[in-house]
Design a protein around this ligand. Structure first.
Ligand code: MG
Length: 521
């Protein structure tokens, strides 16, 4: 086993691939199975098959942006570039939609199996839309039909593009279905004055009753009013206050879980390769919900200030969760790994001696006497971008990867790699945003080579030199940002500022202007 692990470690130490020890059968996702979700580029780019083929040129590495005839909601900017040969195709995927959560027919208390979502538009200027004016949605958010929300998403695939392509096509549908389950409560919130839509949950103060669910609303389909015969005596049923915001967060969390289960289910009958990280932004009822499962990142740049809106999930950032899982379910380690962390690999001659270690309960280090089982390979090994879970994968949240195993073993990675996102909330109604206030979403190919400060400086200075009335400025800013991270080809490699190496990964970027969120009626 140690030889197998050494082999796996050696294979990733020299490269930058997120997953480098996956065998060929995993890469193909089962080559004998039909391909339900073929490789593509984001639908909103509107590329022809020839253009898609040209976009995969690893020598030229062309930066793709929106065509002049196309525009995303809020005049969002988007740009992407393929890696420098890391994988044959661009494994990043993207999706952007304006969606309607449709009301269920009166009297229907159980969710219908058929899709109740209706895509409002993929592009605001598409034929027949007529619902956009100066890039602000002119439909009420609590229309007769239901609730409208905006959706931006980035998927960073590894070991193939299958899971990323599938999730880019379907995740928003699961979000719609989950939101429909709480639509009645959210619609009530939408009818309240704007001043009560924001700023919860502030745990420093007591929640106002009109911002939380009442007793009847917390039971799906309940119709009893307080004091009615079906209302239980309160002394027996003390109920938690649940914020409306938490319902949207819960809808996102469940949508990720259902998406992951669907990948697992369909993987047995279709060719769906690899896994993917996910970063989504949902704008609903005046708030931005940023859900992240993986190592992509979102930041808000507001009046020059940087506000982080996501946290990367890596073997290092999730050490304690991973160690706790290994401690509670040691069979997942296959008798080959130790959940304990040591500053370096333990050698046999050190058995009986004392060495520093960390367990899941610890953030600091302490001494322990080395035992035979401490000689096992560490659950988490390596530092920074080279840190891996069981010498296999460098991210700890994402979708797919259900058949991913430790090299040449029957030890599955999946329980350690989980699909649940962390969701952060930003209340757009609390601030008046200017034209240069933006949310930047990027896959790790961007953040590997540019810091938050460098990204903010690049975007801010570019926008400052644009015509503020030019709605293409965000697309041009995204193109400039991707170019800064990719670099230019010189000295036998892609170089960025200060002769640093440019990103060798796929890079995908959204630049979302926030001022349009304030224009919602
Ligand atoms: Mg990447």
């Amino acid at each position: 086993m140690f030889t197998r692990v050494k082999s796996a470690v050696a294979s990733f130490m020299g490269g930058i691939m997120a997953v480098s020890s996956i065998n060929n059968s995993d890469r193909s996702g089962g080559s004998d199975l039909p391909l339900k979700y073929p490789y593509m580029r984001p639908k909103f780019l509107g590329l022809s098959p020839d253009e898609i083929e040209c976009s995969a040129d690893h020598i030229a590495r062309p930066i793709l942006i929106l065509k002049e005839t196309r525009r995303l909601p809020w005049a969002t900017g988007y740009a992407e570039v393929i890696n420098a040969g890391k994988s044959a195709l661009n494994e990043d995927q993207a999706c952007c939609e304006v969606l309607l959560v449709k009301k269920k027919p009166i009297g229907s208390l159980t969710p219908r199996k058929t899709s109740t979502s209706r895509r409002r538009s993929s592009l605001p200027n598409s034929v027949g839309m007529g619902m956009w004016e100066n890039d602000a949605c002119i439909c009420p958010q609590d229309s007769q039909e239901g609730l409208i929300f905006h959706y931006w998403a980035l998927f960073d695939g590894h070991a193939g593009s299958g899971a990323a392509v599938m999730a880019s096509k379907l995740l928003h549908q699961h979000i719609v279905e989950q939101l429909q389950g709480v639509l009645e409560v959210l619609s009530n919130l939408a009818s309240l004055p704007p001043t009560v839509l924001g700023d919860e949950p502030n745990h420093q103060s007591s929640p106002c009753t009109h911002r939380t669910l009442n007793r009847a609303a917390s039971l799906h389909g309940a119709t009893g009013a307080p004091g009615s015969p079906c209302t239980p005596p309160t002394r027996f049923f003390v109920e938690k206050k649940i914020y409306h915001e938490s319902l949207v967060i819960g809808a996102l969390e469940n949508a990720f879980k259902i998406m992951d289960a669907q990948i697992e289910r369909e993987k047995s009958i279709y060719n769906i390769s690899g896994g993917c990280t996910v970063l989504v932004v949902v704008f609903l009822l005046g708030k931005l919900y940023v859900g992240n499962a993986g190592d992509s990142r979102a930041i808000i740049i507001r009046n020059g200030e940087i506000i982080p809106m996501s946290t990367e999930f890596t073997p290092e950032s999730e050490r304690q969760r991973l160690q706790f899982l290994g401690f509670m379910q040691p069979h997942l380690l296959g008798g080959e790994f130790t959940h304990l962390e040591f500053p370096r690999r333990v050698q046999r001659k050190e058995v009986g001696k004392k060495m520093l270690y960390r367990d899941f309960t610890m953030t600091g280090w302490a001494y322990k006497t080395i035992e035979d089982e401490d000689l096992r390979f560490p659950l988490i090994y390596g530092e920074g971008k080279k840190a891996r879970v069981m010498a296999t994968i460098g991210v700890t949240r994402g979708l797919g990867d259900h058949d991913l195993k430790v090299h040449d073993s029957n030890i599955y990675i999946k329980p350690f790699l989980c699909c649940f996102p962390e969701v952060k909330v930003y209340n757009l109604t609390q601030y008046v945003h200017e034209a240069d206030d933006v949310l930047v979403m990027g896959t790790d190919g961007l953040w590997d080579v540019l810091s938050n400060e460098e990204v903010a400086e690049t975007v801010t200075s570019f926008l400052a030199n644009c015509d503020p009335d030019d709605l293409n400025r965000y697309t041009m800013a995204a193109q400039d940002l991707v170019m800064r991270a990719r670099g230019v080809l010189r000295n036998q490699g892609w170089r960025i500022d200060n002769d640093r190496l440019g990103s060798g990964d796929d890079i995908s970027v959204y630049i979302i202007p926030l001022m349009f969120g304030n224009r919602q009626p």
